[in-house]
Unconditional design. Structure first.
Length: 381
């Protein structure tokens, strides 16, 4: 089950506009970087074609998905409405690395939903709860060594620095926020700091970071109440020797956790597509408020057509249903294959990831939840 990490139904007066000319120039540069000649006959139109494809792929960035649910009607229907197999297409800590759990260090592979991890909030040690655990395989890892110790993560894992969040592969020559591990194992409760955090200054490319990782690169702030800046001594790529299983933790109320005392953030991974099917259902409220079945498919499509992670996509659809239809309950289940696993890294086509989000009665009522899940799984015909 997942929880929403950002709101929707936002004010789209300031929505981004697709810059076709800039996209074409970028594709041309990419072709040159790959060793191709963009001026040869077969590639002359490629930048324009790719730009048009990306405008379509990310169409969900330029409109408000919630608006498709504006049109509703009362039918006095009070039973589950379920649309299954909606096609969708979107973009998408090593197992032995330890994280700082409440009660003692744990290897990433041993962390479970419900566990509490230590994190730093404005420089103060606080607990946060694991609400979802996901795993994938990768060939790419880096070892980061600081004055406070060493840890291993994926190259794109966001780490807290004085300049805001940076990917682990890019922290050489700077500092990472760190707290000594010695006092964490026996710590029973966290303190609360009333000091005002020092927010990171604006960084070039912050918008690109947000689209890639799903949060503002400048969102990190700290007063170093119980932490300090640990100088990064080296960042080393770990030589390829097969694949490694890595884990991502979704935490609440703080989306951060400590890795060997160093502050890291959940990460968005790759701008590589994932595709599959979505199952969307809701129980109308006491007024029987429903929407057109095609609107549910359109809702999935618009939220999927933007840089996404599957977990957030699942929650965004469920939360939109709750906001716009005010149902007694909602359920969203997404089954998808991630091309970052099929095309690169472990190269395992056919592996599928399933995520779910339940709201209202479908979360609190075991019988309602069981009925919906049975219908989705196909055990009831």
């Amino acid at each position: 089950m997942t929880t929403s990490r950002d709101g929707a139904g936002a004010d789209f007066a300031s929505a981004p506009v697709f810059d076709k000319d800039r996209a074409e120039r970028a594709v041309r540069e990419l072709l040159i970087a790959c060793g191709e000649d963009p001026d040869r006959d077969g590639l002359l139109e490629t930048p324009a074609r790719v730009a048009r494809a990306y405008a379509e792929l990310f169409a969900g960035l330029y409109s408000d998905p919630d608006s498709v649910l504006d049109k509703t009607f009362d039918e006095s229907h009070d039973e589950l409405v379920l649309v299954t197999d909606i096609p969708m297409y979107s973009t998408c800590v090593p197992s032995t690395q330890t994280v700082n759990a409440v009660g003692g260090r744990k290897q990433a592979a041993d962390v479970r939903v419900g566990d509490r991890l230590w994190t730093l909030v404005n420089g103060t040690v606080e607990p946060t709860s694991v609400v979802e655990v996901s795993a994938r395989d990768t060939r790419d890892l880096v070892e980061v060594t600081t004055a406070g110790g060493a840890f291993t993560v994926t190259p794109d894992h966001p780490m807290a620095t004085p300049d805001g969040w940076r990917e682990a592969k890019d922290v050489a020559g700077t500092f990472v926020e760190w707290t000594p591990e010695g006092g964490l194992a026996s710590r029973k409760s966290a303190l609360t700091s009333a000091k005002r955090p020092v927010l990171a200054a604006a960084l070039p490319g912050a918008d690109a970071w947000t689209r890639r990782h799903g949060f503002d690169q400048r969102s990190h702030g700290t007063v170093l109440a119980e932490s300090e800046w640990a100088r990064v001594e080296s960042v080393r790529e770990i030589p390829g020797s097969g694949t490694h299983t890595v884990y991502s933790f979704t935490c609440d109320p703080h989306p951060t956790f400590l890795i060997a005392g160093h502050l890291g953030h959940n990460c968005e991974h790759h701008l590589v597509a994932f595709h599959g099917v979505a199952h969307v259902g809701y129980i109308p409220n006491e007024h029987g408020k429903v929407t057109g079945l095609s609107k549910l498919a359109r809702l999935v499509d618009l939220y999927a057509r933007r840089p996404q992670v599957q977990e957030r996509l699942t929650s965004q659809i469920a939360d939109a249903l709750m906001r716009k239809l005010e149902p007694l309950g909602a359920i969203v289940v997404i089954e998808a294959e991630h091309l970052c696993m099929a095309m690169r890294g472990i190269r395992k086509p056919g592996a599928r990831t399933t995520t779910s989000a339940l709201r209202g009665l479908l979360q609190t009522s075991p019988s309602s939840r069981a009925e919906a899940l049975q219908l989705i799984s196909g055990r009831i015909r």
